[in-house]
Write a protein that binds this ligand. Structure first.
Ligand code: BG6
Length: 517
């Protein structure tokens, strides 16, 4: 039995109103950025709509360009109007939006940090209480380091340390661009902050369906006996988008699918679906298991003829009947670009549970449809009774957890077609969030911002976790860098990816699922 303490764990309490955060100032670095407008500010609005913000809550935007407090207030209000999942209610927003402050300064100069500290102390003097400060770093990665160092030098990082008002720092991706840069970033962070103050974001962990992976796996007894190499044939993880790179071409050129999606989001899905049961829901226990899993993944074979990895770029094609550009014709993209917009990998996990079970992962832009799913394909039944292929269309039992959209779980079974003759057909059992729970689930960022405010790091990445993932991926990136464009496959926009990615599965006589419900 769990102790009372464990049962009160914040992961279990979720967005409950009992999770009081202390008085809080959230300082967003990169205040005029796209993420702030599209995700962060609307998330804060929705938290205030649910009455989940502490009564003393202040929003401060930190940015380079000069802006009056009033202009910032208008900008955040406009962001809520445009991007909130629920309707804008001026009365609700007045308390937060009406008090929002803008702090202008260069990220790499000490003076604005000193004046920021004074502003925060003025808030404390005004309300007569201490406040915790959550620094949300949502800038380009080139300024992560000066921001962190200046937070340290100004004393902001260690304010009220070892009290409930200790500062916290939330860091957006990209967390480094390879193993060495991730290590360096971890070094800079831990020089200024204790690991307990640090919240590395992967917004996939805030998605309702991703949290549900822990519940589906460990709150049901029927799966665990089957969740291993004796019964599982292979696992396929697909994170497909129909969007192209849009206006983010110059960012994406430095990133590519491997850094943008695989190193973080897809690896997180893999660790949660394959890790061992943690001994408790304590964040450290869960993250220990994820790290163990990542460390058990074998180095990938990069040999041209047996490579475990495929990369490709999309060429011109049709999405939803509309003609779209090829990647190298997109704005901000070099015509001879060697950046991949699609990656597929074949992984082996060398542990007792998974030895011999291939894990396939793929992610790409401009694919046939937007769908993220994890499919656990079980071994085929022995064809002793139903072996006549004409009449018996036997499928492998497959459990498909659809992360988005149309969130839910589907189980693929074989069934008898009603009639006097015995014929079989694969059928699907569906559980859909929409029909069971309605569709108004919180956005990932609502959960994550609240978690950081109340100090629950379960859904954030630990330093060693991100390094374990980079350890696996960096040799591939290095290999590709040497090859330039050589070996880059291509796929038509609107398709399911390059032929080469099919070959990745042929060795084991597998094929990619047609992803989706
Ligand atoms: C971001 C990537 O981390 O995730 C984007 O940088 C990608 O390129 C996005 O489009 C996908 O997130 P979601 O929540 O829409 O699946």
């Amino acid at each position: 039995m769990l102790s009372d303490e464990k049962q009160r764990h914040p992961f279990l309490e979720g967005l409950s109103k009992h999770r009081g955060a202390p008085p809080t100032v959230v300082v967003i670095f990169g205040a005029s950025g796209d993420l702030t407008a599209r995700k962060l500010v609307p998330a804060i609005y929705n938290l205030s709509l649910d009455n989940l913000l502490p009564p003393d809550f202040y929003l401060v935007g930190f940015g380079r360009k000069p802006l009056a407090d009033n202009a910032f207030r208008e900008a955040v209000t406009e962001a809520v109007r445009s991007y909130s999942r629920r309707e804008f209610q001026p009365e609700i927003w007045k308390r937060v939006g009406g008090n929002a402050l803008y702090h202008q300064g260069a990220y790499d100069e000490p003076a604005p940090y000193r004046s920021l500290r004074e502003r925060i102390e003025a808030v404390e003097a005004e309300i007569g209480r201490e406040v915790q400060v959550v620094f949300y770093i949502s800038t380009p990665p080139s300024v992560f380091k000066p921001i962190l160092e200046n937070l340290g030098a100004s004393g902001l990082a260690r304010r009220h340390l070892h009290t409930p008002f200790a500062s916290k720092v939330v860091i957006e991706k990209p967390f480094g661009s390879d193993l060495e840069s991730a290590r360096e970033l971890n070094r800079v962070i831990t020089e200024q902050f204790d690991e307990r103050q640090v919240y590395r974001i992967d917004h996939y962990l805030g998605k309702e369906t991703v949290q549900d992976l822990l519940v589906q796996r460990f709150a049901n007894s029927i799966f665990e006996p089957l969740w291993n190499r004796r019964y599982v044939e292979c696992v396929q993880i697909t994170v497909a988008e129909d969007l192209g790179v849009g206006s983010r071409g110059s960012y994406y050129e430095q990133s590519g699918a491997m850094r943008d999606m695989i190193q973080n989001h897809t690896m997180q899905l893999l660790s949660l679906i394959a890790m061992e049961p943690p001994v408790s829901l304590d964040p450290e226990d869960i993250r220990d298991e994820k790290v163990k899993l990542l460390k058990a993944i074998q180095p990938l074979d990069l040999d041209e003829n047996a490579s475990d990895v495929v990369r490709a770029q999309y060429s011109e094609g049709l999405i939803g009947g509309r003609k779209v550009l090829g990647y190298t014709d997109e704005e901000g993209v070099a015509s001879n670009s060697a950046t991949e917009t699609y990656t597929a990998l074949r992984l082996s996990i060398n542990n007792w549970r998974w030895a011999g079970v291939p894990f396939y992962m793929r992610s790409g832009k401009r694919m046939a449809r937007r769908v993220s799913e994890i499919a656990v394909q079980f071994k085929r039944p022995p064809g002793i009774l139903f072996s006549d292929a004409e009449r018996f269309d036997l499928a492998s039992n497959t459990m498909v957890i659809q992360i988005q959209p149309d969130e839910g779980t589907t189980l693929l079974l074989n069934s008898k077609i009603p009639g006097l003759e015995t014929r079989t057909q694969p059928v699907k059992m569906h559980f859909r969030y929409r029909t069971t729970y309605g569709s108004n689930t919180p956005e990932a960022y609502e959960r994550l911002i609240l978690d950081a405010m109340v100090g629950d790091s379960t859904l954030f990445i630990r330093g060693d976790e991100t390094e374990a993932s980079w350890y696996l991926i960096t040799p591939i990136l290095e290999h590709w860098r040497k090859l330039g464009r050589r070996g880059m496959a291509s796929y038509v926009a609107g398709s399911w990816g390059p032929l080469a990615s099919e070959r990745l599965l042929w060795d084991n006589r597998h094929e990619w699922r047609r992803a989706g419900p």
